[in-house]
Write a protein that binds this ligand. Structure first.
Ligand SMILES: Cc1cc2nc3c(=O)[nH]c(=O)nc-3n(C[C@H](O)[C@H](O)[C@H](O)COP(=O)(O)OP(=O)(O)OC[C@H]3O[C@@H](n4cnc5c(N)ncnc54)[C@H](O)[C@@H]3O)c2cc1C
Length: 598
């Protein structure tokens, strides 16, 4: 029997546009399966199917406006599967294993170790009473953690047609990156750049009054940015029918998790539990000692401010606090700032902050910190002792792998809390995947999102899905910014890799001069044999955006000529990438071509 399904009562809404059609002709639907999504200026609503069966016709298109009673879909009903007379929707995909423990356990066992399978085949049923379509698990994919890794994995999995549950311990989605990492720090860094730009234009004849900083308003603006973005994620989850569960997830066994008093069974799991700041054991528990999360919600700007850790996060926060008026000292144990990055790339930053900050100490350790009434007294390994009003500890992050009871699922977690994965993001338990900070360095949001898509696609059976990116670019959003990708000179020296290097100094870039920031440079490394780009490093304002072109060039296997022959808009800093490539193929005219190697 064919049933024409109409738009149900819509309350006060009329003439509502269809924004998404969620089924196609030939799809099997259950009672309550969402058919399409309507969106008014006030709400987004799904129209569920009142019957079970096969979709025969779709009578509307995206963009059509509908009202109560508009026919939308024709479904050939499955015998004996229509809605209950009471009109209550049937639980199409509910009832966790508690309702049928033996069956669920048996089903779990049957598909364990078969990644990408869509669960056990339903038991055979007589034709008149078809087997229920209830899945053996609550979800085909459960994702633990809603940071950039977790929400991306969940959304991609849902878009690939997998029933997905996303578990996050906090009410707000977005993880570290959106709530207390990438996004709020960049909002503050924009404010810092505005302040330092205004100050520095004084040297070029543009004088402003000393700025006043309304810290409460500034923090409020940063919070708004975060709320806007994280709220958007919640909407996107809803639109995709990703069920979001709030609470701390812990494994019970290889196919079940506990979140509060709820048990959630899953066919596949993706661990995206992220990381947390490292604490230094010898630093006293004192409200004047903060981590990056505390630094992003200041109630006052300190006078004497010590940043322990000269890595990316410490230096970004130092940039903010310096611009807001703190007297900043940075101390780094290694002999250079941003350890691991090529020294030449860090030099313009070190020079600039060397002039602006109270002190920049490299190759120096903090030996002891003592809380006093007048501040925090810090003893350095160079014999110096200083007192600070506030200390930011930014010495790295530890993965959250040990906080999941992963052993109950048989997932191996290293002593440090990392979870090892293969190129398909699989852990040692084949249907459990891990992504993002919890799997290792570099702990970066764009690495997490890339891995997330790989994991979701592997589970969905997308052919060839694997992590095979040639590089994960790194950026310090300091002033100047420092960005690098692919082969670095440091790595080339360690691994004895041969390369040819070109460096274009920004002092020869009209755009950099016009910005009053000629201290940067663009460095490209090429393979002497094939001529292809191997790596790039850029230091200067906007380097984080500029590096993307070189990542594309690396992924595409381009050589210097390809880059040089690509017309770059003038005058832009992007030209510096083309100029460095022109130096390699000696077609440069803005500088003298480098001498030919004999
Ligand atoms: C100050 C700062 C600035 C940064 N800036 C940048 C930047 O500019 N660019 C960049 O690429 N990276 C940046 N990062 C790093 C970036 O934030 C991380 O690499 C990224 O957030 C990692 O994503 P993830 O999904 O792996 O984990 P996270 O973002 O850490 O998310 C993990 C989520 O899992 C949840 N969770 C953990 N355990 C459980 C559990 N058992 N049950 C339920 N939920 C759980 C957590 O609550 C969290 O929400 C910055 C980090 C900081 C601290």
């Amino acid at each position: 029997m064919s049933t024409e399904i109409k738009v149900p009562e819509l309350g006060d809404f009329h003439d509502v546009p269809v924004i998404e059609i969620l089924v196609g002709v030939g799809d099997e639907v259950d009672v309550e399966t969402p058919l399409l999504t309507l969106e008014s200026d006030k709400a987004t609503m799904d129209v569920p199917s009142p019957v079970a069966g096969k979709v025969e016709q779709i009578l509307v298109a995206i963009g059509d406006h509908v009202d109560e009673g508009t026919p939308i879909v024709v479904v050939a009903e499955t015998a004996g599967a229509s809605a209950s007379p009471s009109g209550q929707s049937q639980p199409a995909a509910a009832a966790p294993s508690a309702a049928a423990p033996a069956g669920a356990a048996a089903a779990r066992a049957s598909s364990a170790g078969v990644p990408g399978s869509t669960g056990p085949a339903p038991a055979a049923a007589p034709p008149a009473a078809p087997a229920p379509t209830r899945p053996a698990y609550d979800a085909q994919v459960v994702v633990i953690g809603a940071g950039p890794g977790g929400y991306t994995a969940a959304f991609r999995a849902a878009d690939l047609g997998l029933k997905t549950i996303l578990i996050e311990r906090y009410e707000r989605l977005g993880g570290i990156c959106l709530n207390v990492g990438c996004i709020p720090s960049k909002a503050f860094l924009h404010a810092a750049k505005t302040l330092s730009d205004a100050e520095e234009m004084g040297a070029h004849g543009l004088h402003f009054e000393a700025p006043t900083v309304d810290l409460e308003a500034l923090v409020g603006w940063k919070d708004e940015v975060v709320v806007q973005l994280t709220g958007g994620l919640a909407q996107l989850a809803k639109r995709r029918k990703v069920e979001v569960v709030t609470g701390v997830a812990e494994f019970i066994d290889p196919h079940a998790l506990r979140v509060g008093d709820r048990e959630i069974t899953f066919e596949n799991a993706i661990i995206a539990a992220g990381s947390r700041p490292v604490k230094l054991p010898f630093i006293p528990d004192d409200p004047r000692v903060i981590d990056s999360t505390g630094a992003l919600s200041p109630s006052a700007i300190p006078g004497r401010f010590l940043v322990i850790g000269g890595g990316v996060i410490g230096l970004e926060m130092a940039t903010v606090y310096d611009a807001l008026g703190a007297e900043v000292t940075v101390v780094e144990m290694m002999d250079q700032l941003i350890p691991g990055c090529d020294k030449d790339l860090v030099k313009p930053l070190a020079t600039r902050i060397g002039k602006r900050y109270a002190q920049v100490l490299t190759g120096t350790e903090v030996k002891a910190v003592t809380a006093q009434d007048d501040g925090l007294s810090v003893e350095f390994s160079n014999g110096q002792t200083e007192v600070y009003d506030q200390i930011l500890v930014a010495v790295g992050r530890v993965p959250n792998g040990k906080l999941l009871a992963a052993e109950h699922a048989g997932v191996a977690v290293s002593d440090r809390g990392f979870i090892a994965v293969d190129a398909q993001q699989r852990t040692n338990v084949p249907h459990i995947y891990a992504i993002g900070d919890v799997v290792g360095q570099p702990m970066l949001a764009h690495k997490a999102t890339h891995e997330a898509k790989v994991a979701a696609e592997v589970i969905a059976g997308v052919p060839g899905a694997a992590f095979d990116a040639r590089t994960v670019p790194s950026v310090a959003y300091t002033d100047p910014e420092v960005a690098w990708m692919g082969l670095t000179e440091t790595a080339a020296a360690a691994q004895d890799v041969k390369y040819e290097k070109q460096v274009f100094p920004w002092a020869a870039s009209g755009r950099a001069l016009g910005l009053g920031r000629p201290e940067g440079f663009t460095k490209l490394l090429f393979d002497p044999e094939s001529g292809r780009l191997l790596g790039a490093g850029i230091t200067g304002v906007g380097a984080g955006d500029l590096i993307a072109e070189t990542v594309l060039a690396l992924e595409a296997g381009l050589d210097a000529e390809d880059i040089a022959l690509t017309i770059h808009p003038h005058p832009t800093l992007s030209e510096t990438v083309a100029f460095a490539a022109e130096m390699q193929d000696r077609s440069i005219t803005d500088l003298m071509p480098p001498r030919k190697k004999s």
